[in-house]
Design a protein around this ligand. Structure first.
Ligand code: SAM
Length: 279
């Protein structure tokens, strides 16, 4: 039984899991908190859950206690494997552990839909994994929802609206195909060791179809460029995308002298269609 497992502090001491900065290791040891994060993912009882970076397994325990049908946990640090194996033993058949780099492992062969992704992500790979999950060529994706811990500043970028300083590539890619909201905010002291910044959990629910049609790769390239030089006028920051970018901007109702942060999702999608289909 999962409740019979030893406290996480004991597990960490027993297996010598001193946190490594290079692996983005800031552990959640308060099981009340990991249960809250698991609950923020919604009903897990009929779902498979992909967890990236389980570490000593605090969130993993929360997911299993919340009734997840099956959890696939992908962890890079081999030191964590004995602690995770102990959890797997307490929940026969419900936890599979894969050791390796989540950026390289294809988890799909181990998962049965419906699938939810829940993770306290390593900060060094979190944004890149999120962008990958948001930008497959086809939609809907293999997952139904993402419940992810980020640095608070990154979480705010995901849910930002046009005109705000946080609005940019992440807001557009997330809100294009998902409903995104912040569901929990955590101070540094919630983690061991405490990171320098606050954190927040974002819940993203995949929409059945994107809000506006666009090609994912084109939109992704477009917003990367537009916000890379966010203070510049779009006709300058997007010059490399098409020689007649000024005309294309006007064709979709964007002033060539506008700046990226003034442009809403609908207009970016219209411009991506114009760039892809030649207008
Ligand atoms: N989920 C645990 C918790 O909440 O206490 C640990 C979270 S800690 C922020 C991030 C975890 O991701 C660490 O266990 C780290 O070893 C692991 N990790 C780092 N890079 C990884 C990668 N590329 N692939 C898989 N796991 C990774």
């Amino acid at each position: 039984m999962i409740d019979s497992l030893p406290p996480l502090r004991e597990v960490i001491a027993a297996h010598g899991l001193s946190a490594r900065k290079s692996l983005g290791q800031n552990f959640l040891l308060d099981l009340n908190l990991t249960h809250r994060i698991a609950r923020a993912a919604g009903d897990l009882t009929a779902c498979d859950v992909l967890e990236v970076g389980p570490g000593p397994g605090g969130l993993t325990r929360g997911l299993l206690a919340a009734g997840a049908r099956h959890v696939l946990a992908v962890e890079k640090d081999a030191r964590c494997l004995p602690a995770l194996a102990q959890i797997a033993e307490a929940c026969p058949g419900r936890l599979t552990i894969l050791q390796g780099d989540a950026m390289e492992i294809d988890p799909l062969g181990h998962l049965t839909p419906p699938i939810k992704i829940v993770a306290n992500l390593p900060y060094n790979v979190g944004t890149e994994l999120l962008v990958r999950w948001l930008t497959p060529a086809d939609w809907p994706p293999f997952w139904d929802s993402l419940t992810l811990m980020f640095q608070r500043e990154v979480a705010e970028r995901i849910v930002a609206s046009p005109g705000s300083g946080a609005y940019g590539r992440l807001a557009i890619l997330a809100q294009w195909r998902c409903e995104a909201r912040i569901v929990l905010r955590l101070p540094p002291e919630a983690f061991t060791p405490p990171p320098r910044v606050s954190s927040a959990v974002v819940h993203l629910r995949a929409l059945p179809a994107p809000r506006y049609p666009a090609d994912a790769a084109t939109l992704s390239r477009l917003v990367a460029r537009a916000f890379n030089q966010r203070r510049k006028m779009l006709r300058a920051s997007l010059r490399g995308l098409a020689p007649d970018i000024g005309d294309r901007l006007e064709a979709v109702g964007i002033s060539p002298t506008a700046r990226a942060e003034e442009i809403d999702l609908a207009r970016f999608c219209a411009l991506a269609r114009n760039l892809k289909d030649g207008g």
